[in-house]
Design a protein around this ligand. Sequence first.
Ligand SMILES: O=C(O)CCC(=O)C(=O)O
Length: 325
Amino acid sequence: MTRNPHLSESTAAGAASDVGVEWDRGNDQWWDWYMSLADGPAPAGPLIDVTPHDPGPLPSDDEVAAELAEPYRVTAEQVRQFEAEAFIKLPGVLSAGTVERLRMRIREMLDESVDPAVGFQSREMMWLHDDLIRSAVLSPRIGGISAALLATRRVRLYHDNALSKEPGSGRTPWHYDAHHFPLDSPKVLTAWIPLQPTPREMGPLAFAKGAEVEKLVADVEFDKHGTSYDRGVSDVFRAHEVAVEDGPFAAGEVSFHSAGCFHTAGANRTMTARVVLATTYFADGTRVVPSPTMVSGDWRKFIPGAEPGERVDSPRNPLLELPAG
Ligand SMILES: O=C(O)CCC(=O)C(=O)O
């Protein structure tokens, strides 16, 4: 067994499946580790130059906030689909101009904080520092969709995440978020908000269809050092002919996946960074799992003060204001 170079003495210790200790580095280092668990050869060949997208006139900060205060009507059929498939892609959640404004701001925030040499760039908790990002992360529109899909009236924020998969950067391994978030409830979801039209070649998020497919891979042993977990999940899905939704995202289209949904993302084979705002929400009343693991990264940053078994309701986990009506 080759030791994973992103792990410390403490997190590398024990069996490859042993994740019982807490993560002892930052969340950006957590992503470096996690992305190193993706299987498959590094893709070769030239990067594709995608046609630049024209978002039209750009809205002001106030116009973005006003747009995101408006409700998005989620139908009963869409809720049923989310429950049956564990994810849903919804068109037209954001206007093309709002998508571009968020992209520009997140790019600035990444550029001021992340080493440009890093292939998968990340930054969390941006809503604490920026009004425009806050108006999206805590927006009644995204909050209202999340509450409708989780069949609850009260949702709180777990965290926000900027995720920029730079040109040439590789796959995101198969995983499900209940393995990551130390939240003791099935009522947890992530809104994955691409900040440009995202063709297949750019590595859009891809989902294994079906709330039950997680049972098929329950016995695949996690491997903190290498790529065998990603490969094992992929092999089982292939053997069971599990359908995978890996299509492109149009500008303004947003996916919502539950914490039990298995998902992955392809490499970015284009010359444009795949920038995403990913925001995670949970039903009010949720508690911290009894024993968080290193797979939760530096989770105390996101839910400060909440210890295992306690309710998560710190000032960093505000209740979302839902749209009127
Ligand atoms: O953007 C990616 O490649 C991975 C994101 C992800 O897994 C998530 O937001 O749950």
